[in-house]
Design a protein around this ligand. Structure first.
Ligand SMILES: NC(=O)c1ccc[n+]([C@@H]2O[C@H](COP(=O)([O-])OP(=O)(O)OC[C@H]3O[C@@H](n4cnc5c(N)ncnc54)[C@H](O)[C@@H]3O)[C@@H](O)[C@H]2O)c1
Ligand SMILES: [Zn+2]
Length: 404
């Protein structure tokens, strides 16, 4: 009898071994909605996003808020509650909104996961109930992980409230928390039910957080889109001034580039070793840890991308003039290009930032794969980096960029 082909097949390896291969694929789809003032009772974006999938039911919604956001915006909670009341035929509050602290310490706190799981249990959350999380990347990552591991996955709707959340971390398929002193050691790939990017949520975001999120735009422009890089150069002042049209365009373009990569790279769940969207991140993640998270993620990325750009030039890939262009844009966006943590050494006099390379490889698994730049807008993967040349690039940064 001929073996059936997909979706299910079997073959015979020998007289004693047969094999059955299980094979199926699941198509994922989720909307990323861009809007202004989502909790305005007359804005139907949120109710449509939550309820249109099944118009017959009243959907249970359990909101989790970033405490830092709530502090900046005390009206947020009552506005969210009245929004749900206004749409009570289609939505119902499953429990009072819970606020949890923002920032990296949240991802370091195992107790918080237990709190969230307990909260979901207490409010009888099932696989059709919605967790509506409004907050920065750290709150989204933590709540995303808790939701993904509850009943093997609650429906998660993310409303990112930082620039970085809206243009990068909040729109993708990953979540994670830190454990055993390792960043994102625990985490899952879990596409959200939907993402609602509300530009108004950014209104009271502190300047430092606003600027930090710009680093991911520079990063994705460098590896994917030279026109976007030129656009960032010509709109640097408008972005630093946080002019809404420029910010909206930057977020939209950056989000689209990230989404397109996830959809078309052929590896949305990162089973291979390559991760081009993590350009500059091997050093960035290490700098975040070395500074005890005093450096914001985006700030560390800014330094990491300057380092890898300079390294790319040193190995003959990128024209030196482009390094100047990149370093200059980073500075004009108000982002750092140097931090003394780059000089930290271990007991053997070896720069500690180099540990970031090994940790990066361990996190991805397989061979080391790092993206470098061939030109602005185009990256290339390499499988080794020469520590002596990294050292040289750091010395160059110290000499040319540290003091400015
Ligand atoms: N899952 C992913 O794919 C992915 C991708 C990139 C980055 N990340 C992670 O995202 C995290 C960084 O996220 P972030 O940069 O958004 O920072 P964050 O979550 O630390 O938020 C920054 C601070 O701003 C406060 N805040 C949030 N929104 C606010 C608002 N609208 N107004 C006032 N204050 C507000 C928070 O309470 C916090 O103190 C890192 O842990 C990083 O690893 C995840
Ligand atoms: Zn990043």
């Amino acid at each position: 009898v001929a073996a059936p082909t997909a979706p299910f097949s079997s073959d015979r390896w020998s007289s004693r071994t047969q094999r059955v291969v299980q094979r199926f694929s699941v198509a994922f789809e989720y909307p990323v909605v861009f809007t202004w003032d989502a909790f305005d009772p007359d804005n139907s974006a949120l109710v449509q996003t939550l309820a249109d999938g099944d118009a017959e039911r009243r959907h249970r919604v359990l909101p989790i808020l970033d405490a830092g956001l709530e502090q900046a915006w005390p009206e947020l909670r009552p506005r969210l509650v009245s929004y749900l009341e206004r749409h009570a035929t289609r939505l119902t509050l499953a429990g009072e909104p819970l606020a949890i602290p923002g920032g990296e310490h949240t991802k370091n706190d195992p107790g918080l996961l237990a709190t969230l799981h307990g909260h979901f249990q207490a409010h009888r959350m099932d696989r059709h109930s919605f967790v509506l999380v409004v907050g920065g990347g750290c709150v989204l990552d933590t709540v995303g992980y808790a939701a993904a591991t509850c009943h093997r996955g609650l429906r998660l709707v993310r409303m990112p409230s930082t620039v970085l959340g809206q243009n990068d971390s909040g729109i993708g398929v990953k979540n994670g928390v830190n454990a055993f002193a390792t960043k994102n050691f625990l985490g899952t790939f879990a596409p959200p039910y939907a993402v609602v990017n509300d530009l108004r949520l950014l209104e009271r975001l502190p300047l430092r957080e606003r600027l930090s999120g710009l680093a991911e735009a520079v990063k994705v422009a460098l590896i994917r889109d030279a026109d976007f890089f030129a656009w960032l150069e010509s709109h640097a002042a408008a972005l630093v001034g946080f002019e809404p049209p420029a910010v909206a365009t930057m977020i939209r373009r950056c989000a689209e580039l990230h989404l397109r990569h996830i959809a078309t790279s052929g590896d949305p769940f990162e089973q291979g070793s390559a991760r081009p969207l993590d350009f500059g991140h091997w050093a960035a993640h290490k700098l975040e840890t070395l500074t005890g998270h005093e450096l914001r993620h985006g700030e560390a990325v800014a330094i990491g991308l300057v380092l890898d750009s300079r390294y790319s030039a040193d190995v003959g890939l990128l024209p030196a003039a482009d390094v100047d262009r990149i370093a200059s844009l980073v500075a004009r966006l108000g982002l750092p290009r140097w931090h003394p943590a780059l000089e930290a050494v271990d007991g053997n006099g070896r720069r500690r930032v180099l540990e970031g390379l090994a940790e990066f490889r361990e996190h991805l698994g397989g061979d080391l794969t790092v993206s470098l730049l061939r030109e602005i807008g185009r990256s290339v993967e390499v499988h080794e980096m020469d520590p002596a040349r990294i050292e040289k690039a750091i010395l160059w940064m110290h000499e040319h960029l540290a003091a400015r």
